[in-house]
Design a protein around this ligand. Structure first.
Ligand SMILES: [Zn+2]
Ligand SMILES: [Zn+2]
Ligand SMILES: [Zn+2]
Ligand SMILES: [Zn+2]
Ligand SMILES: [Zn+2]
Length: 295
């Protein structure tokens, strides 16, 4: 594309960049992708910078999250010229209440604030933002705050006055421990049978053990299988199908499968094997175990 652009006149070049932008625009998901696109060419970078429509949804996820400060957040969101609609900040540990508020005050059209795991934010800071946004009959549709510490049921009940729609806020008060937590759905048919009465297994992950694979609740009359990932539990059906550690026979759940220490088989036809981390270190297959620390 670069050599083609050089051959074209400047105006034509500008137009073609815009045409391409319009095509890729719906596919750009996160800030990371957007910033990667700016490296394609100088004209591309300028076009992206000046296209306010591209900046109305700002999504910052790992790996960029850890580098996002209040200042950079302000710079990025300013590009929307006050038209920011969606702000997604996942695990942005450096963004503070002050930084978020500054963005909210400059962007009264925000409808979605998704800030899970932004541990520098506080309930008071977030409530202030929601209050300010809803002042002039403007609706905030979505608020995700899982992993922001300190929310109480009192905070939550005042927040639900501003966001009354069901499911607008990602956390709820656990009916069992009364803490503000995510309440997972249950995949067990019989639990979701009665639409009217509240399902019995409704509760946070600490109150109701749940299979990490299929999210079925694991009550006292169901068999709970331990996964190798420590803390995660599985139902028997999911346990049966997952590959298991060759020593302790515990499987990793799918999201922790990268923790497996794969063992090369003796011949190509043999089944792939692995050791869980605990067994790997205990069994002494770790090369550091052979190291003699004695002086
Ligand atoms: Zn609970
Ligand atoms: Zn399961
Ligand atoms: Zn259930
Ligand atoms: Zn093991
Ligand atoms: Zn796991």
């Amino acid at each position: 594309m670069r050599t083609e652009e050089k051959e074209e006149g400047e105006e034509e070049q500008w137009r073609s960049v815009h045409e391409v932008l319009l095509i890729v625009l719906p596919y750009l998901h996160s800030l990371f992708e957007l910033l990667s696109m700016t490296r394609v060419s100088r004209s591309f970078r300028d076009a992206i910078r000046d296209e306010t429509a591209l900046w109305t949804n700002v999504v910052v996820e790992p790996p960029l999250s850890s580098r996002l400060t209040d200042e950079t957040l302000w710079d990025i969101t300013s590009k929307s010229a006050g038209k920011l609609k969606t702000l997604v900040l996942r695990q942005c540990l450096r963004v503070t209440d002050k930084g978020l508020r500054r963005v909210v005050d400059a962007n009264p059209l925000i409808r979605k604030i998704i800030v899970p795991g932004c541990t520098e934010l506080t309930p008071e800071g977030i409530m202030g933002c929601v209050e300010s946004l809803t002042k002039n009959n403007h609706n905030v549709e979505t608020l995700h705050i899982n992993g922001v510490h300190g929310f109480t049921k009192h905070h939550l009940s005042s927040l639900s006055n501003y966001l009354p729609q069901k499911g607008a806020i990602d956390v709820e008060v656990c009916p069992k421990c009364e803490e503000v937590m995510m309440i997972p759905d249950c995949s067990r048919r019989s639990c979701n049978h009665k639409q009217t009465s509240e399902r019995k297994c409704r509760g946070c992950r600490f109150c109701v053990p749940r299979c990490v694979e299929c999210s079925v609740c694991l009550g006292p009359d169901t068999e709970i299988q331990e996964a190798a990932c420590g803390g995660d539990v599985l139902c028997l059906e999911c346990w049966l199908v997952l590959p298991k550690c060759r020593f302790c026979n515990k499987p990793y759940c799918t999201s922790h499968s990268s923790l497996r220490h794969e063992i090369a088989g003796t011949d190509a036809a043999s089944r792939p094997m692995f050791e869980c981390q605990a067994c790997y270190y205990r069994a002494g297959t770790n090369p550091y175990d052979a190291f003699d620390y004695q002086i």
